[in-house]
Design a protein around this ligand. Structure first.
Ligand code: NI
Length: 169
């Protein structure tokens, strides 16, 4: 298990547009495994490669149903992900980010998205996501474009200790 350091603002790697992955080699497999370890240790529910100092288009997401803990968590590793949304259907939700410690914000995002990308072996994959999973994926793809949630937030605040229960991404 390898846990990498998580970059935080104002680290410029978080502001760079990450480059597409072209090689599905051992380095990529190690990066993805390290990202999963780092996300779980943080703990977080999503992580993008720039957050561990690698400016490449890779995200990992581990999502469990908040209402039903008996449903096993699902782990996604997505390479070169892109999403399409229905722009008319949005929802405002509270987000926190491992790269922006100590702040929460209200962000309006698409309620449902279709995500296209490649899996860790380079095979095409497609996910339909809604709600919190759709929000996490949009937040992580933002990281690949140098965008953090505080850029989009309509309201930002420092949570009181008892309020800091939002899953970080
Ligand atoms: Ni984040």
């Amino acid at each position: 298990m390898t846990i990498r350091d998580i970059a935080t603002l104002p680290d410029l790697i978080l502001r760079r547009k990450a480059r597409p992955v072209t090689k599905f080699d051992g380095n990529l497999q190690t990066l993805i495994d390290n990202m999963i370890d780092t996300m779980r240790a943080a703990p977080g529910v999503g992580l993008a490669a720039p957050q561990v100092g690698v400016s490449e288009r890779v995200i990992v997401v581990e999502y469990g149903d908040e209402e039903d803990e008996t449903v096993p968590k699902k782990l996604y590793a997505l390479v070169n992900p892109e999403f399409k949304a229905i722009p008319q259907e949005t929802e405002v939700g509270v987000e926190g980010c491992l790269s922006v410690p100590g702040l929460l914000g209200e962000v309006e995002r698409s309620l449902a998205v279709t995500v296209k990308g490649l899996n860790r072996r380079g095979q095409p994959m497609r996910i339909k996501a809604k709600g919190w999973l759709a929000r996490i994926i949009q937040h992580e793809i933002d990281h690949l474009n140098g965008v953090v949630f505080t850029d989009r937030a309509t309201k930002i605040w420092k949570p009181a200790p008892e309020e800091a229960v939002v899953d970080n991404v």
